[in-house]
Design a protein around this ligand. Structure first.
Ligand code: SAM
Ligand code: SF4
Length: 353
């Protein structure tokens, strides 16, 4: 699909045309990844972060947040719950926390791989090559790192570098792929300053990177962040600014499915935050095939406040499992069995002989 066509779909408002897009995305999803919806158990292992991203409530400068880092024992008991609920994967996510040391994390990954049948996904931010290598050797299977926007100037504006190094998430994704990880990336939708052209290029880049997993969700303003306080000042001119809406998120999910048929695409919590009643189901009916029930102990949930009023922060892991299971069945889909990794029919781009 040409960039022009992607952008035209993003701007499309006519219901009958959009119904065609949803149908095509749903059909390609059915043909490429089937009817199973895989459950990935999410454990938010630490909300400590050394960064100052202008969008995120976990940024180091947010002094309102009480900080935590889970113990290895707490993480292992979440992994045991993942097994008990029949999940195939545990996703360990955190701020960019230097207290998550290479060896400590490698030990946890090894223990999970040794004691459970779970696939291990990490989402721990921009880490040194040596960390990524050690964690892969310890048994981690997948890594999620959103590039947030393909507009380099906008990225630099909202994602300040650390003092000693330029932030290059695309280079890290290439490194991860070379290490043998399945790679996941994605963007926020409706970042102040993000244009329709930017979002169209983001989606084209998903295809170019040959992503195994694509996570997209609406930008939700957090009052304790620069974009939450002053976002309106940075908006693109009227008619160019992408709105941070549910509809724009569905369009992005559907287009991602058309361009990357084999990718695993979650229907995210941010979508459920905008529409608790139906957001997850609509995402699943418009191209998505993954959901991520939360396994984080309830005592820590509210402190993993990326954005306010996050959906499902009080539900226990058991409640999450049962709610998501019935939502999946209610739309005629089945709960996936096994690890649910990328089913690849072609070798990774750039590895053809
Ligand atoms: N620290 C790691 C990182 O940055 O990749 C992982 C955790 S970070 C909280 C996970 C994702 O949350 C980010 O990639 C970003 O897209 C998303 N996020 C952060 N702030 C957000 C906001 N205000 N609205 C929507 N999504 C947000
Ligand atoms: Fe830290 Fe990730 Fe939030 Fe940036 S997005 S402040 S790196 S947790």
């Amino acid at each position: 699909m040409e960039l022009r066509e992607i952008e035209a779909w993003l701007r499309e408002e006519r219901e009958e045309e959009l119904a065609r897009l949803w149908e095509r995305a749903d059909e390609i999803r059915r043909q490429s990844v089937g009817e199973e919806v895989h459950l990935r158990g999410l454990v938010e292992i630490s909300n400590r972060c050394r960064r100052e991203c202008h969008y995120c409530g976990l940024r180091a400068g947010n002094r309102q947040l009480s900080r935590y880092r889970m113990t290895a024992e707490e993480i292992m008991s979440c992994a045991a719950e993942a097994v008990a609920y029949g999940y195939g994967t545990v996703v360990m996510q955190a701020g960019e926390d230097e207290g998550i040391t290479r060896d400590w994390m490698a030990g946890i990954i090894r223990q999970i791989r040794r004691e459970t049948p779970l696939a291990v996904t990490l989402s721990l931010g921009e880490r040194a090559d040596e960390d990524l290598k050690a964690w892969r050797e310890a048994g981690a299977d997948r890594y999620l790192l959103r590039f947030e926007t393909s507009n380099r100037a906008l990225f630099e504006q909202i994602h300040p570098p650390l003092a000693d190094r330029r932030s290059d998430r695309l280079a890290i994704l290439r490194k991860l792929a070379a290490l043998g990880y399945e790679i996941g990336s994605g963007v926020m939708i409706g970042i102040p300053g993000q244009t329709y052209g930017d979002l169209a290029r983001d989606i084209a880049l998903f295809q170019e990177l040959d992503l195994d997993m694509i996570g997209v969700g609406p930008f939700i303003a957090h009052p304790g962040t620069p974009l939450g306080q002053d976002g309106a000042k940075f908006c693109a001119p009227s008619g160019e600014q992408v709105p941070a809406t549910e509809l724009m998120t569905y369009k992005t999910i559907a287009l991602s499915r058309l361009l990357c048929p084999e990718a695993n695409i979650p229907s995210t919590t941010a979508l459920a935050t905008l529409n608790l009643a139906q957001g997850r189901e609509l995402g699943l009916s418009r191209g998505a095939n993954i959901v991520m029930p939360n396994l984080t102990p309830v005592a820590y949930r509210a402190d993993y406040e990326i954005y306010p009023a996050k959906a499902c922060i009080r539900e226990t892991a058991a409640e999450c499992r049962s709610c998501l299971g019935s939502r999946i069945l209610s739309i005629g889909r089945t709960v996936g069995k096994g690890q649910g990794g990328r089913r690849r029919t072609l070798p990774r781009r750039g590895t053809h002989s």
